[in-house]
Design a binder for this molecule. Structure first.
Ligand SMILES: [Zn+2]
Length: 430
């Protein structure tokens, strides 16, 4: 039985209320065979007879639960920072040509292995991921995550119209390939499947319905898609659907509005759409870096939260400009500031850990250091960035320290990432 005692400063959110966080200047996380056994003040362990020498001791570092990315496209790492376009042109000019390369299985496999390593280097231990429309693109991603024992949810993109012919599936193959992947991967190791119609613009109504049929047939899988990202997109959909009522209704009437549906963006929804989203229990995925980069608009966090809609947060790479959830939280702060709301850094780090776990229905497994949770965690090292280190020295409270990380920091602060108790990323010594 593999035991680890990791001693550092430590923070987690044991409950759904972010202000009820647990922070210790000197904490120990005890890992027993891949699971959290206990997380508490170090002194209590030492009082109970634990010897100091049994601990991996990092007194200056901050121990956090593994970060969770609720929305990311693994085939788009190579198109981060592509110039000039907003959503619809960006898809045509950059996304589709890159995703077409994934027809080549060795290319897809190499990208998948690299993507998983990149997630871990960014401190991300769980991600909800879009593959391409090729069935094998999801296969190779699941294989790469399985090799690292990661908890990862992914799906093959379903897309049966309005895309280049080499990327389009059909009503029949989109459903059959998705079902093949569900049977092969969902529930295997720590993997899960999300039925993934890209969005209403690239799926026919029939395909949206077939995705909903799968979600109904396999009730513990997820659904992920995009919703109301960009105003030109909204105009286009209005012309594409003859009896267009509003954007959300396209998913609602197909049967895709479920409590396990993750809707990327949700920027331009009407009050009526928000009320219906709240009723169905669907999840809004806030992707601030992407929304700023593509000029899509400002996610109305307060209005969405006030309606009782569960909010997740994600990078949306490649429209998002970084796989770092830390810098994504900084972008979330900026997006909220533009709407006269100052996002509390404790709430931000809650969202990237326990909050995402909770709204994505994974909080019985991950999200914090409560006993029995899967031991996914990161060590954050402020001294990796001299500016961060000196600024953090002026902070009196953990809240102020977290704010420095999200505004000044990024993945370069991640010293070590562990998955199921095993170190899967370790930065080179200074
Ligand atoms: Zn996206």
């Amino acid at each position: 039985v593999k035991q680890r005692f990791v001693r550092a400063r430590g923070l987690h959110f044991p409950s759904p209320i972010f202000s009820e966080f647990d922070y210790f200047d000197d904490a120990i996380l005890h890992i027993d065979n891949g699971y959290v056994k206990r997380f508490d003040a170090a002194q209590l362990f030492l009082n109970d007879g634990l010897h100091e020498d049994a601990c991996e001791h990092h007194p200056e570092m901050l121990l956090l639960p593994g970060l969770i990315d609720a929305h990311v496209h693994f085939p788009q790492v190579e198109i981060i920072a592509s110039f000039g376009d907003q959503l619809l042109d960006w898809l045509q000019h950059y996304t589709f040509p890159e995703e077409a390369k994934f027809a080549d299985e060795p290319y897809a496999r190499a990208a998948a292995v690299e993507f998983v390593d990149l997630l871990l280097a960014h401190g991300t231990t769980t991600a909800f991921t879009y593959a391409t429309s090729h069935r094998h693109s999801a296969d190779v991603l699941f294989e790469a995550a399985y090799a690292k024992s990661m908890r990862l949810v992914a799906g093959k993109v379903m897309m049966d119209r309005n895309a280049p012919s080499d990327l389009i599936d059909s009503l029949a193959t989109g459903k059959a390939d998705s079902e093949y992947l569900i049977k092969k991967w969902h529930g295997r190791g720590r993997l899960g499947y999300a039925v993934t119609p890209r969005f209403a613009g690239t799926s026919t109504e029939q395909q949206l319905q077939s995705a909903a049929d799968l979600a109904a047939a396999y009730p513990d899988i997820w659904v992920q898609t995009h919703l109301s990202e960009n105003l030109a997109e909204l105009d286009w959909l209005r012309s594409l659907y003859r009896d267009f009522q509003d954007y959300f209704s396209l998913y609602e009437r197909a049967g895709l509005a479920t409590p396990r549906s993750v809707f990327g963006h949700c920027i331009h929804l009407s009050d009526n759409e928000l009320a219906r989203l709240a009723e169905t229990g669907g999840i809004a995925a806030f992707c601030p870096s992407s929304n700023l980069f593509l000029g899509s608009g400002l996610f109305p966090l307060v209005a969405i939260r006030d309606k009782g809609i569960p909010i997740a947060i994600g990078t949306d790479v490649g429209a998002g400009t970084s796989l770092s959830m830390i810098s994504t939280l900084g972008d979330a702060y900026r997006v909220c500031q533009l709407q006269s709301f100052s996002l509390d850094p404790l709430e931000a780090f809650y969202m990237a850990t326990m909050g995402n776990a909770r709204v994505l229905h994974l909080d019985d497994r991950i999200g914090n250091f409560c006993a029995g949770k899967e031991a996914d965690f990161v060590l954050l090292n402020p001294s990796r960035n001299s500016q961060v280190a000196s600024r953090v020295n002026t902070c009196q409270q953990i809240r102020d320290e977290l704010f420095c990380y999200m505004i000044l920091g990024d993945e370069r602060l991640i010293e070590q990432t562990s998955v199921s108790g095993h170190v899967q990323f370790q930065q080179e010594p200074v």
